[in-house]
Write a protein that binds this ligand. Structure first.
Ligand SMILES: [Zn+2]
Length: 94
């Protein structure tokens, strides 16, 4: 008797959980927007040679690729990758 009531309640809650309310939808939208704005390390890794090339050419790399610049400011791993790339390019230029 008690168990059945519990399962009914559980099922009811489960059905409601399938329909996210407006607040939840807004939150999920915000999360997906944040994901769009911020690059992952893999994405930066794919772009960083292009970024370093722009810097090497004396172009406004941070203006042209602001998301990469932002990630490099925050992520020491990618920054290290970028700096060693830049050093390699400078060495090859001479
Ligand atoms: Zn990174």
């Amino acid at each position: 008797m008690m168990m059945k009531k519990f399962f009914d309640l559980f099922r009811k809650n489960n059905n409601e959980a399938k329909k996210p309310d407006a607040g939840m939808q807004k939150l999920m939208q915000m999360v997906s927007m944040t994901e769009e704005q911020e690059l992952t390390c893999d994405e930066v890794f794919a772009l960083v040679d292009q970024f370093a090339e722009l810097v090497q050419q004396g172009q406004d790399a941070s203006g042209l690729m602001p998301m990469v610049q932002k990630h490099l400011d925050l992520c020491p791993d990618c920054r290290e990758e970028y700096e060693s790339l830049l050093a390699m390019m400078k060495a090859a230029d001479k």
